[in-house]
Design a protein around this ligand. Structure first.
Ligand SMILES: Nc1ncnc2c1ncn2[C@@H]1O[C@H](COP(=O)(O)OP(=O)(O)OP(=O)(O)O)[C@@H](O)[C@H]1O
Ligand SMILES: [Mg+2]
Length: 230
């Protein structure tokens, strides 16, 4: 579904991704792990086209998106749930979902409704301001917002960060269902138990490179100890 090959990204003259290759299959949750600052967010933003890459390719099915700007990648079916959620605090829950259509001219109300049905609390709080939701509810809103455009590839950047366990479980169930329906999911995550519970494949990054990968049953104490323990 999604294939990244030889991706190189730099901030100014400082290279942060050194030829990263990663594949995400439809129907699978591919987990990208790694300690703080190794380049996980840079990778997702490079895939989304929010950062300019110096080398490498991004392909979605048979489309080459390597040079496509972010809005065309979104239109091709890639969506990103950013780290820190980045919802609009002064807009209502419904408006936060509707804004996903701001570049398209007309709002698909059925998709907005579907987004709110995915996490029932959003429907209940449709008229509340995003900023008045709990951190976990804001994360659910950010996920719903990414889904209203009906992506085929969903990128999530540490969705469990600072969130209460019952909402993590609910998010996990939704991601499993989406994968079950054929979506390709790339989950950047530092919470090991969440990865083990819902992930199919893992890739561990260290200092801008992938250093280990495989099925999540390969996340042995040795692998975890070497690359993930702090
Ligand atoms: N806008 C930026 N300008 C310059 N350097 C940056 C910028 N954003 C990130 N970096 C650097 O690039 C490296 C990778 O950062 P990145 O945010 O991708 O890591 P991460 O794995 O997502 O970390 P975390 O787990 O803390 O979210 C770090 O050394 C970071 O300091
Ligand atoms: Mg990050």
């Amino acid at each position: 579904m999604l294939a990244i090959d030889g991706m190189v990204t730099a901030y100014g003259s400082v290279e942060v991704l050194h030829s990263v290759s990663l594949a995400a299959k439809a129907g699978e949750i591919t987990c990208v792990m790694g300690r703080n600052g190794v380049g996980k967010t840079t990778l997702l933003r490079s895939i989304m086209g929010q950062l300019r890459t110096k080398a490498g390719s991004v392909r979605l099915k048979d489309q080459d998106l390597s040079r496509a700007p972010a809005h065309l990648r979104a239109r091709a079916g890639i969506a990103l749930v950013p780290q820190g959620r980045e919802i609009f605090p002064k807009l209502t829950v419904r408006e936060n979902l509707e804004i996903a259509f701001s570049a398209r001219g007309s709002i698909d109300q059925a998709a907005v409704e579907a987004g709110m049905t995915m996490f029932p609390i959003l429907k209940e709080f449709a008229k509340r301001n995003g900023g008045d939701l709990s951190g976990g509810q804001q994360q659910q809103l950010a996920i719903a917002r990414a889904l209203v455009g009906k992506p085929s590839v969903l990128l999530l950047d540490e969705p469990t960060e600072g969130i209460q366990p019952n909402i993590i479980e609910e998010i996990g169930r939704v991601l499993q269902r989406l994968a079950g329906e054929g979506m390709a999911i790339v989950l950047v995550e530092q919470y090991l138990e969440f990865v083990k519970a819902i992930g199919h494949r893992f890739a561990i990054m260290d200092r801008g490179a992938i250093v280990a990968e495989g099925g999540t049953d390969g996340l042995t104490p040795e692998v975890v100890g070497k690359w993930l323990s702090v």
